[in-house]
Design a protein around this ligand. Structure first.
Ligand code: ADP
Ligand code: MG
Length: 485
């Protein structure tokens, strides 16, 4: 492996081909549905089996979804596109060809902005987005002697999103993939679930000397279904290519796979040229013609997208990058936050509640925000109680919130009353306690007055302990500050 000085002389270049499984009730050219994990070969019709004479017809939903992702990524939506046959020996696609789009895809020339944690923002161009069908699955680990085939997935609708070679690091590539996952989830065109293969990607990777304008020869690493695999494969492959070049060799254009066990890429096949597929227009399907009206209708169905929400959260609400990313990771989570924002002026506090106790509950229970028992109204009430100093933040989190989880129809005010933790104004008592305290600690008082402002906590702590949580922290703070000052 190359040393870090050698590595620094090379620039890695990456282009991704991302497959997104479309969320639909039926397959792209056949009526049967599909769901992950169902019994093998239970979602298979004569069309999927390629019986002679069985004819495909296109699922309109798939077209809607492709146009939606195209619009959301600033693509040109082509009014005319058509399907082509991509001929190949697919053990898990009985037709012997894949119905895909070749020369005339449905969307072209778009872009996605990515923002890495380091704050840099980059425009990644999208060359094309096309529709195609998924293949079934060959199962090599069910029997020691034979491979088995499950055709449930064969014919499920996909969009393939192809980026230009604009990515410059494994981190960029992972960020782009995450961005696409957020986007397809917001658009509700896919569940974006990588473990179940709804989102997979191929990475095209090359290296070139830093400063060069000529891209190196690329290697395509196939079918990765996790961020970890993608990142590691890119790091491994760029090092392999650098070492090869440094040793006087040449990178050959080929397709490789990522081997999870060895953590290495290994050759699969030499890159087939497009001609090998003998593409020709699909005779069993009409070309797609999209009207202006149809495209506008799809545009009107696009919700506010994560990037727009992100900007609003970071700019107007002063929410940090990572937190804004978390709030906008899942649509229903962002929807909950948006709903609660309409109910409370304390938006930053609401975000703290969502990112803290609510998310902890989601993680612990393994559930989704859709299953979260507390309504936005009740949570907004709880936030208001804290902000109006009716209960302390501590008590709200540790005492009221857990009870609300099991008795969500009750008001937080009633629960706090029952727990006897409502704070009443204790101004006089706190003032008296403070006078006593200042007499007891004259040195601390003087030191505070000569600039040791940190000593405020000393007084506040004393009084809070004295009142055993029954005084409002805000009130205590106010009194202490006023009397010391
Ligand atoms: P093909 O049609 O043979 O798959 P494309 O030109 O469509 O080839 O490119 C496929 C993918 O490879 C795209 O994501 C593109 O960005 C990427 N790519 C092309 N050239 C390079 C390169 N030199 N280095 C890295 N990625 C590349
Ligand atoms: Mg390719």
């Amino acid at each position: 492996m190359p040393t870090s000085e050698i590595r620094a002389q090379y620039q890695t270049v990456i282009g991704l081909e991302i497959h997104v499984q479309l969320l639909t009730n039926s397959k792209i050219f056949a009526q049967e549905g599909f769901s992950f994990g169902s019994l093998p070969n239970h979602h298979v019709s004569v069309i999927t089996m390629a019986h002679p004479g069985a004819l495909p017809s296109i699922n309109r939903r798939c077209i809607d979804h492709a146009v939606k992702i195209g619009l959301a990524t600033h693509c040109q939506i082509n009014r005319n596109s058509f399907f082509a046959r991509k001929n190949y020996f697919y053990p898990d696609l009985p037709k012997g060809y894949q119905m895909s789009q070749d020369t005339d895809p449905i969307c072209t020339h778009g872009f996605i902005d990515i923002r890495t944690e380091s704050g840099s923002q980059q425009k990644i161009r999208i060359g094309r987005i096309h529709l195609e069908e998924d293949a079934g699955k060959s199962l090599h680990d069910q029997d020691p002697h034979i491979s088995m085939i499950d055709l449930n997935r064969a014919g499920v609708g996909l969009v393939e999103i192809v980026t230009e070679p604009d990515l410059r690091s494994a981190e960029d590539a992972a960020t782009l993939l995450a961005e696409i996952r957020r986007l397809v989830r917001f658009l509700e065109i896919s569940d974006g679930n990588m473990e179940e293969g709804s989102l997979r990607c191929d990475a095209n990777i090359s290296v070139m000397p830093v400063g060069s304008e000529t891209l190196g020869t690329r290697v395509e690493v196939k079918n990765m279904n996790s961020f970890n695999h993608l990142t590691r494969a890119i790091l491994y492959e760029s090092e392999r290519q650098i070492a090869l070049i440094e040793a006087g060799g040449k990178v050959v254009q080929e397709t490789r796979t990522w081997d999870v066990n060895t953590q290495k890429t290994s050759p699969m096949r030499q890159k087939e040229t497009a001609d090998d597929y003998r593409y020709f227009p699909e005779p069993d399907l009409l070309p797609l013609g999209l009207t202006e009206e149809y495209i506008e209708k799809i545009r009107s169905e696009i919700p506010r997208l994560p990037q727009e929400l992100y900007l609003e959260y970071t700019e107007s609400l002063q929410i940090a990058h990572n937190e804004a990313m978390t709030l906008t990771e899942q649509k229903n989570f962002a929807d909950y936050f948006e709903a609660i924002r309409k109910l409370t002026p304390f938006e930053k506090e609401a975000s703290n509640w969502l990112l803290g106790p609510v998310r902890a509950w989601l993680n612990d229970s393994g559930k989704e925000i859709g299953d979260f028992p507390i309504s936005t109204e009740k949570l907004a009430d709880l936030i208001r109680l804290v902000q109006e100093d009716k209960i302390s933040n501590h008590a709200a989190r540790d005492q009221v919130f857990p009870i609300m989880l099991v008795r969500p129809e009750e008001s937080p005010l009633a629960i706090a009353g029952e727990l006897n933790i409502l704070l009443e104004s204790k101004q006089d008592e706190v003032e008296n306690a403070m006078i006593a305290l200042m007499n007891q600690f004259p040195q601390e008082t003087t030191r505070y007055r000569s600039g040791k402002k940190g000593l405020k906590g000393f007084f506040v702590g004393h009084i809070m302990r004295q009142f055993q949580g029954k005084a409002s922290p805000r009130e205590v703070n106010d009194v202490v500050e006023r009397m010391l000052g």
